[in-house]
Design a protein around this ligand. Sequence first.
Ligand SMILES: C[S@@+](CC[C@H](N)C(=O)[O-])C[C@H]1O[C@@H](n2cnc3c(N)ncnc32)[C@H](O)[C@@H]1O
Length: 316
Amino acid sequence: MEINLIPRTKRLVARIGGLPLRAWPHEILHAGWRVARPPPALPENFRRPPHDAETIAHDVDYAVFNAQVYCRFLEQVGIALNGAWLLELGPGRNFGIMLTLACMGARVAVADLFLAPWEDDYHGQFYAALRERIKQEAIATSLVPLDAVIAARDYPPAVLLRAADGAENLSPFAAGTFDAVFSNAVFEHVRDHAQVFAELWRLTRPGGYGSHQVDFRDHRALQRPLELLLLAPKKFRREFDECYGECGCQLRPRELRQLFERAGFHILEEHCPLKVDEAYFANFLPRLRVSRSAYRAWPPEGLRDLDVRYFVRKPS
Ligand SMILES: C[S@@+](CC[C@H](N)C(=O)[O-])C[C@H]1O[C@@H](n2cnc3c(N)ncnc32)[C@H](O)[C@@H]1O
């Protein structure tokens, strides 16, 4: 097959021609990235998960850790786990967090735009290992929910409600259903934030809570965490759509905060455990200033936080 590089090269030259020299390295790097790393054929949840012992052990740790974090949060805000309705948005390749909380007595649901299908090699081992861990460490009072999943090699609706829908439209769930809604590393992957926050508001009961962690780094290269911000809006949108949103978002923490507030939520706490490396930032900022990005005039302090967990409450 013959690839005619002339039109591509011409397009690249035309695009960068109007930019100052300092902006060229990024444009060329970006073009190189696109050639070297073509977009994935399928969203991550539809690719077969690895099922080696290390992956299973890591995923069990992650599920137990997060379930315990959510459990402590609910305790602090005075929501009894037993019988509480909990929703996790974008759970990823397994539903271990919500199933651990189900073993603690909660009623649980998950919703994912790309809802992970059952893969025997992975899920059979993963849920068995999670069950063992919960039993050995007496993390929960009951193993019945996990036993039901393991026996069915599927998710009986009496144990876990599942919606194969984006957080933009969760019409399978009635308004005010949930005492709390959780997400980890999801809001940086959604396409329509206005719609997602309208749904979040609709689904949370008055007086209900949310805990949402957002990873604002460029997922294509975490050690160069702000590169995505250099893209002009149209180019970013194309990049985002081509990789099912897996590249991450341009939205910055203060915009996320505004989305919560505009929806009507009170922000109880914001944890920002990760800041940009200053040496990288000093190199990045001049490149941002001469780019065609919608963020080119942003003040530096709005760009430094890379990871934020928002704890929110819907007023009664
Ligand atoms: C980076 S993964 C995070 C998975 C898991 N929460 C974790 O912490 O490992 C992002 C998840 O969000 C899901 N997702 C992407 N867009 C979504 C949307 N619009 N609504 C709901 N989930 C979405 C993806 O399918 C994926 O499961």
